[in-house]
Write a protein that binds this ligand. Structure first.
Ligand SMILES: [Zn+2]
Length: 96
């Protein structure tokens, strides 16, 4: 359970540790997240990546490797989190 809710803490865009942050564990994944995660020492900072209408759901990305292809992301999410992403990007790309 902790591993599913842990987030990769990054330094200079590279994952350096897995950490559990209570608030970030509430967010679902999207391949087009509207929240960005930054790290300052041991603290996490979540910032809006775009203007978001009130009452919109906020998403983070569970993927910490920006070089993964969309098909690799889909496989990663299935293997590590057990779900098929239904974000707008994933639903626009036919399954292979
Ligand atoms: Zn997706």
């Amino acid at each position: 359970m902790l591993n599913l809710n842990a987030i990769s803490a990054r330094q200079d865009s590279k994952p350096v540790a897995k950490a559990f942050y209570l608030m970030s564990s509430y967010f679902n994944h999207s391949c087009l997240p509207n929240l960005g995660c930054d790290f300052d020492g041991g603290a996490i900072r979540l910032t809006l990546a775009e203007d978001v209408p009130a009452d919109s759901q906020l998403f983070i990305s569970y993927v910490d490797n920006p070089e993964m292809s969309q098909s690799q992301i889909k496989e990663f999410l299935w293997l590590h989190y057990g779900f098929h992403c239904q974000c707008p990007l994933c639903t626009a790309i036919p399954s292979s």
